[in-house]
Each structure stands twice: as structure tokens, then as C-alpha cells.
Design a protein around this ligand. Structure first.
Ligand code: TYM
Length: 342
């Protein structure tokens, strides 16, 4: 049976990249799949987080999920630290995965920077916890942006190695020839990698020091319009064909954003705007962005005014997530050979 899982870190500003690369797809999958959407607070503390701010951000990501259209009653929304199966399974995976695999992860290299020895041990083991997030539910499909592709390949490697290392025990306990599924990444749509508005070669990110590099989900209409007006572009008109976007990263990015917000292909956007200058395209893009994002930001502010209600959503989701993960974790313990209470 297909099951969708994905996670978002409660660190810094949720932006248009998170929305178009991930959250829009979370919403779309609800009609066809059972979905579990997690605010990964344990991943967040792999780099230092101010405690009060972390709590606020956990609620803000939850508010964004709900404001964007995720239904926390039909599906499951919760924060990772409330379901201990994540930490327990991550330990087993820490013992299955190899240090070399972790050292090769580009996100680790980027985040650890030059001083690798001084990065937290959690930052190195980050992908192992991510594999545990997914496999604690035996999730089959994981919607993410392009930047998470390498982590999902590692998740498959961990599942495969667990299935191989424990093959005899897995069969012996009646689980057939594989305990964990090999999860499929879902990296779909025209916006799998949204770039910075200041530099078309850098991805839009929560941690970019320039607020003009990204559109935050909490930005108001004026901020959204101003950031698009100031976005970096080249001097040429928009091309008529997608081929013509090659070598023009800023133009490509803005056309991709328009396409994703409008639910069109990039070619359909160029059919409409090809031959026009950015002075004509940018106002149209700003209007569309305000129209799509404005209501989400407003709804987030409304939800954030009642933190008790958000905490209730998370607690309810955690209980239901735990009920799915618990028997799977028990199975892992049996397969590994641990003794457990009934
Ligand atoms: P995070 O919190 O950095 O980002 C959340 C989601 O947003 C996507 N994303 C983007 N998509 C397009 N363009 C961008 N510029 C952009 N920036 C971010 C990310 O790909 C992601 O889908 N490791 C994950 C969180 C995680 C997770 C998981 C995801 C933890 N456990 C299990 C899936 C399954 C992360 O740091 O995402």
C-alpha cells in the first residue's frame, strides 16, 4: 500500500522554494495517498537553535502546512520529537550506515564548511535520522525538492543494507525477503529547484543573509511585489521557447516560478510572455505571487494567534503517527534480536 512521508525543518524562514518545491506537492498528494507530514525538530538542532525560537518555528511550519491546504484530520501532521520511534530507529540505522556514506553527502559538506571536525555529530548522522523518519512508516513515496535527492538515495541504500544484513532473521520472523521498501522520491513540477532572486546560480535558502534573495511565506503583498521588482535579471526580452532560457539562470528561475504558481508548463508561460521585456513580465509575476501567497500568509498569521490550537494538531498527529510506527519498530527490534516487553 502506498504511503507518503515528508518533512520540513523548523529553521528560519519558510520560503517560496519550500512552498513550490515541496508543500504544493504535499497538498496535491492528499487526494490519492495516505500522507504523513512531519516538522523535523530533531533535525533542526543539528545546528544550534535558540529554544524559544525553535518552539515558535515548529508552530509556524505547522501553520504553513495547514494554511497551504494540508488537512491534519484526514492526514497526519506532527513534530518529530513527539514520536520516539524516529530516534530509536535512527540508532539502528547509525549502526547499518557507514561513516563514508555520510561524509560524501553534499549537504553535510555545505553545512559543516571548512571546520568539519567541529560540526555536531548529529549533523554527520543527519541522513540516518532522515531514513528513520521515512522507514519508521515504511513510506513508499517522498515528495521533496531536488536538493534532497542524494539523501533519498542514501535512504534506499540504508533500507537495502538492512534488508541484506538481516535477511535470514527477516525471513525467519515471517517478513518475506525484504523488511523495508525501497522508497521512491517524488521530485516533480516546474519548480524542483527555485533559485535565489539575487543570484540565479544559488538556490533559494532559509539561511541566505539577504532577505531580498527569497520570498518568505510570511511576507506581505508589498514585500512580495518589491522583491520581485528588485529581482536580478538580464537585459534581454523573454524567449519564445524554453531552449532560449539556457544560460539565463535568472530568467529561467522567474519563468519557472510563474509556471509553478500558475500551474502551467514553462513553455505555456513563454507562449504568453515570449518577446516581452522583464518590465512587463515582473508586474504580472508579482500580481500572481501576491494572489497565490497572500492568503496563505494571512492564514498563517491567523493560526499563529492560537498556539494552543496548533499544539493540539501536533499532539493529535503524534498519537496517530506513533500508532503506525510502533509495530514497525517492534518488528525491527525482533529482526535485530533485541528482547522487548509486550
Ligand atoms: P528543508 O527543511 O531544507 O526543506 C523542506 C523542503 O523544501 C524543499 N526545498 C526546495 N525546493 C525547491 N527549491 C528550493 N530552493 C528549495 N529549498 C528547499 C526541500 O527539498 C524539502 O523538500 N532534510 C530535509 C527535511 C527532512 C525530510 C525528512 C524530507 C527530514 N526528514 C524525510 C523528506 C523525508 C530538509 O532539510 O528539508
Amino acid at each position: 500500500q502506498p504511503r507518503v512521508f515528508s518533512g520540513v525543518q523548523p529553521t528560519g524562514n519558510l520560503h517560496l522554494g519550500n512552498y513550490l518545491g515541496a508543500i504544493v506537492n504535499f497538498v496535491a498528494l492528499q487526494d490519492s495517498h495516505d500522507c504523513i507530514y512531519c516538522v523535523v525538530d530533531m533535525h533542526a538542532i543539528t545546528v544550534w537553535q535558540d529554544p524559544a525560537e525553535l518552539s515558535r518555528q515548529i508552530r509556524e511550519v505547522t501553520a504553513a502546512f495547514v494554511a497551504a491546504g494540508i488537512d491534519p484530520v484526514k492526514h497526519i501532521v506532527f513534530n518529530q520529537s513527539q514520536v520516539s520511534a524516529h530516534a530509536e530507529l535512527a540508532w539502528v540505522f547509525n549502526c547499518v550506515a557507514r561513516i563514508g556514506w555520510m561524509n560524501r553527502m553534499t549537504q553535510f559538506k555545505d553545512k559543516a564548511g571548512k571546520d568539519k571536525e567541529n560540526a555536531s555529530l548529529g549533523l554527520l548522522a543527519y541522513p540516518s535520522l532522515m531514513a528513520a523518519d521515512i522507514l519508521a512508516y515504511k513510506a513508499t513515496h517522498v515528495p521533496v525538492g531536488e536538493d534532497q535527492k542524494q539523501h533519498l538515495e542514501l535512504t534506499r541504500d540504508i533500507a537495502q543494507k538492512f534488508n541484506n544484513d538481516y535477511a535470514g532473521s527477516i525471513a525467519g520472523h515471517g517478513y518475506g525477503d525484504a523488511f523495508f521498501p525501497l522508497t521512491e522520491p517524488l521530485i516533480t513540477g516546474p519548480a524542483t529547484r527555485i533559485m535565489s532572486l539575487r543570484d540565479g546560480t544559488k538556490k533559494m535558502s532559509k539561511s541566505d543573509p539577504s532577505d531580498y534573495s527569497r520570498i518568505n511565506l510570511t511576507d506581505d503583498s508589498d514585500q512580495i511585489a518589491q522583491k520581485i521588482r528588485k529581482a536580478k535579471t538580464d537585459a534581454d526580452a523573454l524567449p519564445g521557447e524554453t531552449e532560449g532560457l539556457k544560460g539565463r539562470p535568472e530568467a529561467d528561475n522567474l519563468v519557472g516560478i510563474y509556471a509553478a504558481l500558475a500551474g502551467l508548463s514553462k513553455q505555456a508561460v513563454l507562449d504568453q510572455f515570449g518577446g516581452q521585456q522583464f518590465s512587463a513580465f515582473k508586474p504580472a509575476l508579482a500580481e500572481l505571487a501576491v494572489q497565490k501567497l497572500g492568503p496563505i500568509g494571512a492564514d498563517m498569521r491567523r493560526l499563529m494567534a492560537d498556539p494552543g490550537h496548533i499544539d493540539q494538531i501536533l499532539a493529535n498527529g503524534a498519537i496517530r503517527a506513533d500508532a503506525i510506527a510502533r509495530p514497525i519498530l517492534d518488528g525491527v527490534k525482533d529482526v535485530v534480536g533485541f528482547i522487548r516487553r509486550n
